[in-house]
Design a protein around this ligand. Structure first.
Ligand code: IMP
Ligand code: MG
Length: 171
């Protein structure tokens, strides 16, 4: 598999993001919410470097897809979330692709009473966005290729890889 981002590159960038995030919130408590399952590796590394008082929670957002890159109906399950009323939320996702998932999930978090929602994504794919959406923190901008590893999957495989690679013939 062709390696697009090595484990070392990712580690350095995640450390920088954590510093940016801590500076942005300036000592305030943040509720970090991850979108399962793609967020898990990125979020686990990120939150351990963020020097702020933190709460952590998760939700799921799954789209039924005919193909890996063709989002269908999005189903959000947020019954495991902590109370968000009046909270500053930092939402974590693996990758910003079309923007549909993050747009819908941010709206849901506002519905649940969040006072503010900022978004951190590890990856942003160029030329793919169908919905205008500006994340607050972006790890890397990548070309329009289907990538796996460091949380990202193809049919739920490859999430455990410590690097991000381009799946041969994928996407
Ligand atoms: P969006 O709603 O199109 O922005 O979809 C974002 C979701 O699609 C991500 O959270 C991923 O689960 C998935 N996704 C998009 N591109 C890739 C990729 O290259 N590899 C693995 N998953 C991807
Ligand atoms: Mg996925």
């Amino acid at each position: 598999m062709e390696i697009l981002l090595s484990a070392d590159q990712i580690r350095h960038r995640v450390d920088q993001l954590a510093v940016d995030i801590a500076r942005t919130y300036d000592g305030r408590q943040v509720t970090v919410i991850g979108i399962l399952t793609g967020c898990v590796v990125f979020m686990a590394d990120l939150i351990r470097q963020i020097d702020l008082p933190l709460r952590v929670g998760f939700l799921t957002a799954s789209s039924y897809r005919g193909e890996a890159t063709m989002p269908g109906n999005l189903v959000i399950r947020d019954d495991l979330l902590p109370d968000l009323a009046g909270r500053d939320v930092l939402l974590i996702d693996d990758i910003l692709d079309t923007g549909k998932t993050l747009t819908r999930v941010v709206a849901r978090l506002i519905d649940r009473g969040a006072q503010s929602v900022k978004v951190a994504v590890l990856l942003r794919k160029v030329g793919r966005q169908e919905v205008p959406f500006e994340p607050d923190f972006v790890g890397f901008t990548i070309p329009d290729q289907f990538v796996v590893g460091y949380g990202l999957d193809f049919n739920d495989e490859y999430r455990h890889l410590p690097f991000i690679g381009v799946l041969p013939g994928g996407g």
